[in-house]
Design a protein around this ligand. Structure first.
Ligand code: MG
Length: 385
């Protein structure tokens, strides 16, 4: 019998983290949770560690360390706190697979460490590739590490590409649900509320990514993510709106054939595939009945209504530190929108303004990314009053 693979989940208390724990519990003979980390949710982290039998927990927010420690008193679990502890833990030899499910820029440094430690990575933190795709790509070339996508679109493309030569790819077609505001007019978008934006029609996700879906920034990030994951040029990526979220993405090949991957909109599916790869894991989950979906539709995205999608394409083409600025400004603007400090349409305005006012660096080093992230956040925050 094969040894169980030991899993680290970075961000185990978030939506993807919790669904990853479901998958580990579905296949206890294949996987065991080794390390769980969370940003601030110490109580849930402690409950998860006990329930799933983790050996090691880390809370990023150091002010929650004492609480976590008291909740796990008397148990044989290593307890640490702080962002550095998470990065250091990536080098623990026992860990086989790292699931990066934390939100935003905070995913970058642990992912770099996991690559340097030659770990297999199930990547859910798309911001890592948005911010520093070029750097990650170079590090991967010098490492035995592999990245398997957990995002549903990239999981779909990954499945379509099994057994295909890279040079057979003509283009990647990412599908987008269009979010909750697909049918709203530009005028109506001026008045949408936080509650409106948090109502995603198909997917149940964390707050940050749900807002990114409403602005279509999420799809823009996924375009940049796809460019690096699948090593294609910006011109080889297209976005199509597909409101039913049944086709998760497609690949067109040079002979004009198009492959698609279909399934119910359920993140357990791409998580299961990434963790099981190259095998498919048997599951009793709900099946899609194709006859329930006799009306799959497709439309061109509206770049006027969703300017962040176009801005993401521009940022990808300009490259350098621009996508890092895009991400940083978006994180600040989305947080301000969730705190009801700005309107929905202000998110794009703040992001665009920040990109236009931070120095462009064509070939950024790691420290350039760190500095760009810092000053872009400060600049974006200065636009919010
Ligand atoms: Mg996605």
């Amino acid at each position: 019998m094969e040894a169980k693979r030991k899993i680290a989940i970075l961000g185990s208390t978030g939506s993807i983290g919790r669904q990853t724990l479901d998958i580990l519990a579905e296949y206890p003979h294949l996987f065991s949770p080794y390390l769980l980390t969370a940003n601030t949710q110490a109580e849930l982290l402690a409950e998860q560690a006990i329930k799933y039998g983790a050996k090691h927990v880390i809370i990023a927010d150091e002010s929650r360390y004492d609480l976590l420690k008291s909740m796990l008193a008397g148990r044989d679990i290593v307890i640490e706190a702080g962002a550095k502890a998470i990065c250091d833990a990536m080098h623990i030899p026992a860990i086989d697979i790292v699931v990066t499910a934390m939100v935003g820029y905070s995913g970058l440094e642990p992912t770099i460490n996991a690559i340097k430690a030659n770990k297999t990575i199930a990547l859910a933190n798309k911001e890592t590739l948005v911010v520093a795709g070029e750097l990650i790509y170079k590090l991967l070339e010098q490492s035995a590490s592999k990245i398997y996508p957990v995002d549903s679109e990239h999981g779909a493309i990954f499945q379509c590409l099994v057994g295909e030569d890279h040079d057979a790819i003509s283009k990647l077609i990412l599908t987008a649900s269009g979010g909750p505001f697909r049918t709203k007019s530009l005028e109506e978008l001026q008045y949408v509320t936080k509650a409106d934006a948090l109502q995603h029609p198909n997917w149940d996700m964390g707050a940050k990514i749900t807002i990114d879906s409403a602005t279509m920034m999420n799809k823009g990030f996924e375009v940049i993510e796809a460019r690096w994951l699948f090593d294609v040029t910006p011109d080889q990526i297209e976005v199509v709106v597909h409101p039913q979220s049944i086709i998760h993405s497609m690949v067109e090949f040079k002979d004009s054939s198009v492959k698609a991957q279909l399934g119910l909109p359920d993140m357990h599916l791409p998580i299961r595939y990434a963790l099981g790869f190259p095998k498919r894991l048997e599951s009793n989950c709900d099946r899609m009945r194709v006859t329930d979906y006799s009306n799959l539709t497709f439309e061109t995205p509206d770049y006027n209504k969703f300017p962040l999608l176009g801005l993401a394409f521009d940022s990808m083409r300009r490259a350098g530190n621009i996508p890092c600025i895009l991400n940083a400004a978006n994180e600040i603007a989305v947080a301000a929108f969730l705190n009801e400090k700005i309107r929905f349409v202000d998110i794009a305005r703040i992001v665009e303004n920040t990109i236009n006012n931070i120095s462009y660096i064509v070939h950024p080093s790691y420290s350039d990314y760190v500095n760009t992230n810092k000053i872009a956040r400060e600049y974006a925050a200065s636009l919010i009053k």
